[in-house]
Ligand binder design. Structure first.
Ligand SMILES: Nc1ncnc2c1ncn2[C@@H]1O[C@H](COP(=O)(O)OP(=O)(O)OP(=O)(O)O)[C@@H](O)[C@H]1O
Ligand SMILES: [Mg+2]
Length: 265
């Protein structure tokens, strides 16, 4: 079943100051199946966040349309959970209040969400920290809290924009494994969410994803779409040689553009 369908989406930003136009996305077609983990990579400014924001329903395309399980995406929905790099926790709410925010906002009775929130707190390893405020947590803990907050809505689809970019390397490795476990790596695709995961880490994309999509820039478009045929669970069957070959293939696709992105910015 198709979870996300992007149908010839283009997005042009017009600067209100200078009138200058930036074509962030041009005629992008893309499908993500139910239970599929798709990573998006590409040089800075190629339109990754723009694409994710359109699927999240917080940005409208200039032309084309996006669908979630065949329904046109017209705005945000708890069905499509979003996780950004800067975690965007409510600073004045505790860990527990942040995680329970979604269910409470949707009017789920507390008898139903209390237990689930406790479970999520322990799943992301924050037991004992539930009354802390975000500024009292480390970066990795904040990101785990944000992950739990996304999961509390039981979204059918996870939209993640560089969720691990701000955490240290060790925490990142642990969270990568956690994400795959919570996603349901050992479950049949019908029982797990579709994931769109933006990252700058090509190695991370290869390690996590079933498919890696390379976006090119100026204008942003799909440049390559590679299937990652590595065994799962990935952390139990690491094949570093095979991963290395795939990383090299993907890097070959973006090297030149990544270089010009650095020079221009
Ligand atoms: N609100 C906006 N107004 C004007 N231009 C924008 C806006 N948002 C994004 N852009 C432009 O659209 C292009 C794509 O931006 P986007 O943030 O999607 O890139 P990205 O691939 O996520 O980059 P990065 O890897 O650095 O996060 C860039 O040239 C950016 O400057
Ligand atoms: Mg971005």
């Amino acid at each position: 079943m198709t979870a996300i369908r992007i149908d010839r989406i283009s997005k042009t930003f017009v600067s209100s100051r200078t009138g200058e136009q930036v074509v962030a996305l041009k005629d992008v077609d893309l499908e993500v199946s139910q239970g599929e983990f798709v990573a998006i990579v590409g040089p800075s400014g190629c339109g990754k966040s723009t694409l994710l924001s359109i699927i999240a329903g917080i940005l409208e395309p200039t032309s084309g349309a996006a669908y979630h399980y065949d329904a046109p995406i017209l705005g945000p929905s708890p069905d499509r959970g979003v996780l950004f790099q800067d975690y965007a926790l409510f600073p004045w709410l505790s860990v527990r209040q942040n995680i329970s925010f979604g269910p409470r906002a949707r009017g789920v009775p507390s008898s139903e969400w209390q237990q689930e929130v406790d479970r999520l707190i322990s799943v992301v390893g924050l037991s004992g920290f539930d009354t802390r405020l975000p500024h009292e947590l480390s970066g990795g803990m904040r990101q785990r809290c944000a992950l739990a907050r996304m999961l509390a809505n039981e979204p059918r689809t996870w939209l993640m924009d560089e969720p691990l970019a701000a955490v240290d390397l060790q925490t990142r490795t642990l969270l990568q494994e956690e994400i795959l476990r919570i996603w349901g790596e050992d479950q049949p695709p019908a029982d797990r969410p579709a994931v769109m995961f933006i990252t700058h880490g090509i190695d991370e994309a290869v390690l996590l994803a079933d498919r890696v999509i390379v976006l090119g820039r100026r204008p942003g478009r799909v440049k390559a779409d590679l299937k990652i045929d590595l065994n799962r669970p990935r952390f139990e069957h690491r094949d570093l040689a095979a991963e290395g070959v795939l990383v090299q293939q993907i890097w070959d696709q973006i090297r030149d553009e990544a270089r010009s992105a650095i020079l221009e910015d």
